[in-house]
Design a protein around this ligand. Structure first.
Ligand code: SF4
Length: 372
């Protein structure tokens, strides 16, 4: 495919994730992710061979200088900036497993969805103890929106997940799976339900799995999750300084950064160096230096810090908060990628999960540029 612009790919990805894109045909490609846990209001787009999630439904995207035209007969669309054609992009096709339903009649697409190019992603519990009250909810999260809109179900059973995972591997060649969950009541913070789900999936199909949860109270859950078949673990800080965490995630901020670090240190020997990761949303108020400082601490203990640009999701309290500029992202991701490559913690070596997928950030493109 024709190379897109003379701008280095990683910087173009920063630009697109910062501005979003306008689509002449909003129906092109896969249904965009709207609502749900984690980043949302995106669409998967393949640029220079890399599939990335680009905002299409956010406020900045409606005014983006980037425009994607209707695809031609081969499914290729031209992308332009302020009227100048930059090159071509494509969109991943609708996966075949979306056509199926479970034996109890639930469409597979309500159980798990395709993320990026080859990742199966599910939110096992679509409810969260922190989402019930406006004073506790993470301000960037839309976990309840897709449930309210009927696009998913509240609780995916291990049997349903196993059926969908097997089909996604056999029909669509999915390569790894992300299991996240809203936080339930109880000290395990969701580890138990993640473990039982992973066990069922692994019994049905050989698929690397990343689980994502808050740090469980007891570290014993790390070996239980590992024994159940979970290959990699994400425990997501989201923001890195106490004042920003208290402002944007007042409930989850009660779990201190120190607790996260104690859990990271306990989890790395179980899952391995580079197989424990955290998600950091840049653009919520933490400075470049604060983010890079904590990344250096994480890398030193073998944790992969997956830094992604914050996306203001419609319908959340932060929908009008600006997305970070591409220059800000470049100023973090370029030195972070150097730090990761020099320490031997690379996205390509992660067995499963967001860091491996990399579609929500340009970070892995920066790593690739350094290791070419
Ligand atoms: S990085 Fe994570 S949240 Fe983003 S598309 Fe990939 S699997 Fe999904």
């Amino acid at each position: 495919m024709q190379k897109v612009t003379s701008l280095p790919t990683e910087q173009l990805i920063n630009e697109l994730q910062s501005f979003g894109v306008r689509l002449v045909d909003p129906k092109v490609g896969l249904e965009s992710r709207r609502g749900g846990a984690g980043p949302s209001d995106h669409k998967a787009v393949t640029i220079d061979g890399m599939t990335v999630m680009v905002p299409v439904h956010t406020a900045p995207a409606f005014d983006s200088p980037y425009l994607v035209e209707k695809p031609d007969i081969d499914g290729t669309s031209r992308i332009s900036r302020d009227g100048t054609i930059l090159g071509e992009v494509t969109f991943p096709l609708r996966p075949r497993f979306y056509e199926r339903s479970t034996t109890d009649g639930i469409p597979y697409s309500k159980i798990a969805v395709l993320h990026g190019r080859d990742v199966l992603a599910t939110t096992i519990l679509q409810t969260c103890i922190r989402y019930q009250s406006r004073t506790k909810t993470c301000q960037f999260c839309a976990i309840g929106q897709s449930l309210a809109a009927g696009r998913t179900i509240a609780h995916k059973t291990p049997e349903q997940l196993a059926q969908v995972a097997k089909a996604a591997v056999e029909l669509d060649g999915v390569k790894h799976m992300v299991m996240t969950t809203g936080t339930p009541r109880g000290d395990d913070r969701g580890a138990s339900i993640l473990a039982e789900s992973a066990r069922a999936v692994k019994a049905a199909v050989d698929l690397p799995i990343q689980a994502q949860c808050e740090p469980p109270e007891d570290d014993i859950w790390f070996s239980r999750m590992k024994q159940a078949g979970i290959d990699a673990l994400g425990m997501h800080l989201e923001a890195v300084t106490p004042h920003v965490r208290a402002r944007v995630m007042p409930g989850k901020a009660q779990v201190s950064i120190e607790k996260y670090f104690a859990s990271f240190k306990a989890a790395v020997p179980v899952f391995g160096r580079g197989q424990v990761s955290t998600y950091i949303l840049a653009g919520l108020g933490d400075t470049r230096e604060e983010i890079l400082d904590i990344c250096a601490r994480l890398v030193a203990i073998g944790v992969y810090p997956f830094v992604v640009p914050f996306v203001p999701i419609s319908g959340t309290p932060l929908e009008s908060h600006p997305a970070p500029g591409s220059g800000f992202m470049h100023s973090i991701l370029a030195p972070l990628a150097r730090m990761l490559v020099e320490s031997g913690l690379k996205a390509v070596d992660i067995k499963a999960g967001c860091g491996k997928c990399g579609a929500c950030s340009a970070l892995s493109s920066y790593e690739r540029m350094l290791t070419k």
